[in-house]
Design a binder for this molecule. Structure first.
Ligand code: HEM
Ligand SMILES: *[C@@H]1O[C@H](CO)[C@@H](O)[C@H](O)[C@H]1NC(C)=O
Ligand SMILES: *[C@@H]1O[C@H](CO)[C@@H](O)[C@H](O)[C@H]1NC(C)=O
Ligand SMILES: *[C@@H]1O[C@H](CO)[C@@H](O)[C@H](O)[C@H]1NC(C)=O
Ligand SMILES: *[C@@H]1O[C@H](CO)[C@@H](O)[C@H](O)[C@H]1NC(C)=O
Ligand SMILES: *[C@@H]1O[C@H](CO)[C@@H](O)[C@H](O)[C@H]1NC(C)=O
Length: 500
């Protein structure tokens, strides 16, 4: 992060006063004036009331009163680290992105690992989807890969995002997590079936965040130097392996350590035991996409690895803990919108929903100029955006309109040649792409990804939550599982019946 510190200091050089200044070495107020006292308020006599003229107290307290910012609306609980990405395989035939340009090339990264549904204070090991976000500080600007630890998502239309989150998070009356609302949503929107298999398997309670994979989930486009594209999925595979707790083990840990994942990551990095992940892509040509038997823009589906083999790209290694959590983790802002030349969005409608939502929430959560925060800043910004709340760099005296005759910056031919224009036509309307196959990949997961112990634990984990749902919801869940696997549904029904 040294690079960012330097950039930050540069701001102060730009703003540097005409006459060089010396500063106090004592503790100071927010306006830099030496403090009279660190620990006591000014009062009338030793037992008297506090006086308003104690401006030191007012200064400190009013800042404290504003310390917290809104938590993320999802993924509120998390922690971060930084490190680097190193290219290990040549994929320049697929993407001209400079971050991939050469084997051995290293790019600084910052990572945030999170829980999706948890509030900030909740135990790390509750059953949840984990977030795996990576910010690449490339020479062509910021690329954010904002992924999860499962390769699929709950829904395939962004309109449903607020709804699925409401159903899965706390109930409006009791403020409790609610099995009825969760399984109500799953059963009414059976496209959730596939991620439900992942979430209620033991992978819903990882052993540590070093032992999870990261998946970009959505479908992207890679564009090569001839301007031609392939579709792509990004995967980060843990080099520590996948390891989980059983539901029971996870519950036991909650009694003794709320923050076991964060502690594990911090301590391992501090000890020099640096965790790492291998980046792979799966690619599909336009021709393969046109003839695919499934919708390649449906994020409830995986691309079978035997048909679309993994292609190694590089390695991510985390080598440094944050020095300041708030600066480097709470204020970091990941957004799938942030792509670099050589990486483009596909027509994946979930991705399009995300392209709007993240920057929108970040403008609210962090304010208009959050991209100027050292942790979010790219290496160079020159454009015609100016001012706004909390500006601390507004590009000095540079010309602020375009076109201009004063040498202001122009768009890049390089970026243009990689912009991958495409033809589209159709009737604008509201379409439910609802006749999709919801279950076959869920069935595959149950039969082939889980072994006997994994299948038993899956049933145990579902039972543990579903037992708390209302009876008519339980019946709907069993009906849904029947479409996934007959024996799964039967075993679950037996358990639920004997629990009544
Ligand atoms: C339409 C679908 C989605 C919408 C509208 C959405 C929206 C959001 C919003 C508003 C945030 C909070 C961002 C912030 O405050 O900085 C967020 C965070 C996050 N989302 Fe999504 N999301 C969607 C789908 C997904 C999917 C499919 C994934 C996985 C690939 C994902 C992974 C994440 C992660 C990892 C974070 C936390 C980022 C961090 O560490 O700060 N989301 N999402
Ligand atoms: C660019 O991508 C297209 C489509 O995958 C491929 O046919 C072509 O060979 C690639 N060009 C280069 C220079 O790698
Ligand atoms: C769960 O949700 C249902 C449906 O809104 C409600 O009737 C029930 O009281 C809720 N229970 C809890 C514990 O939140
Ligand atoms: C798949 O899910 C969609 C969306 O929930 C639904 O409209 C459709 O009927 C389901 N398909 C089947 C075959 O169950
Ligand atoms: C983790 O859980 C998955 C799914 O249940 C299983 O396939 C895998 O073997 C488990 N790994 C460990 C080490 O527990
Ligand atoms: C931007 O484009 C204009 C018009 O083509 C040109 O006059 C100007 O020199 C360009 N600016 C830079 C920095 O290249």
């Amino acid at each position: 992060m040294e690079v960012f510190k330097t950039i930050f200091l540069l701001y102060f050089l730009i703003l540097e006063k005409v006459i060089p200044q010396t500063c106090p070495s004592s503790s100071t107020t927010s306006y830099g004036s030496p403090l009279i006292h660190d620990d006591h308020t000014a009062t009338v006599g030793s037992n008297g009331p506090v006086v308003l003229e104690d401006t030191e107290f007012l200064d400190e307290m009013s800042h404290f009163d504003r310390e917290r910012i809104p938590p993320r609306v999802v993924h509120a609980k998390g922690f971060g680290a930084s490190g680097y990405f190193e290219v290990t395989n040549d994929i320049t035939k697929y993407s001209a992105a400079k971050v991939f340009s050469q084997i051995g090339k290293k790019t600084p990264i910052a990572v945030r690992l999170s829980s999706t549904l948890s509030d900030q204070g909740i135990a790390d090991t509750i059953r949840d989807v984990r977030g795996f976000s990576v910010k690449f500080y490339t020479e062509d600007g910021i690329w954010d890969l904002v992924g999860n630890d499962f390769p699929v998502f709950f829904i395939r239309d962004p309109r449903l995002f607020p709804h699925v989150i409401h159903a899965l998070k706390r109930h409006p009356t009791t403020n409790l997590f609610n099995a009825t609302t969760r399984w109500d949503f799953y059963t009414l929107r059976p496209e959730t079936a596939h991620i439900v298999m992942w979430l209620y398997s033991d992978m819903g309670t990882p052993y540590s965040m070093r032992h999870i994979n990261g998946y970009g989930v959505n479908t992207f486009k890679l564009v090569n130097k001839s301007g031609q594209h392939v579709y792509c999925k990004f995967h980060l595979y843990s080099r520590q392996g996948i390891k989980n707790y059983s539901g029971k083990e996870a519950a036991a840990i909650q009694a003794s350590d709320l923050d076991i994942y964060q502690r594990d990551m911090f301590n391992n990095i501090a000890k020099g035991n640096y965790p790492s992940w291998t980046m792979h892509i799966q690619v599909m040509t336009q021709n393969q996409a046109d003839t695919s038997t499934f919708n390649i823009f449906d994020d409830t589906k995986v691309w079978p690895e035997d048909q679309y083999p993994l292609i190694e790209v590089g390695r991510l290694t985390l080598t440094k803990n944050p020095i300041n959590y708030f600066e480097e983790v709470e204020q970091i802002a990941f957004c799938p919108t942030r792509m670099v030349p050589g990486i483009r969005p596909s027509v994946d409608r979930m991705l399009h929903g995300r392209l709007y939502s993240y920057t929108d929430t970040q403008l609210y959560r962090l304010g208009a100029n959050y991209m100027q925060l050292p942790i979010n800043r790219p290496c160079n910004v020159q454009n015609y955006q100016r001012d706004g709340k909390m500006t601390f760099y507004s590009q000095g005296g540079a010309v602020n309109y375009h076109p201009n005759s004063f040498g202001g910056p122009n768009a890049s031919h390089w970026a243009q040649s990689l912009s991958s224009p495409y033809f589209t036509s159709g009737v604008v309307g509201v379409y439910d792409n609802g006749d999709e196959d919801n279950f076959s990949q869920a069935t595959y997961f149950y039969k082939h990804r889980l072994d006997d112990a994994g299948r038993n634990n899956f049933i145990e984990n579902v039972f543990d939550e579903l037992r708390n749902a209302e009876r008519f919801i339980q019946k709907k869940a069993i009906k849904m599982f029947k479409k996934i696997d007959e024996s799964l549904a039967q075993n679950l029904a037996t358990k639920l019946n004997s629990a009544k």
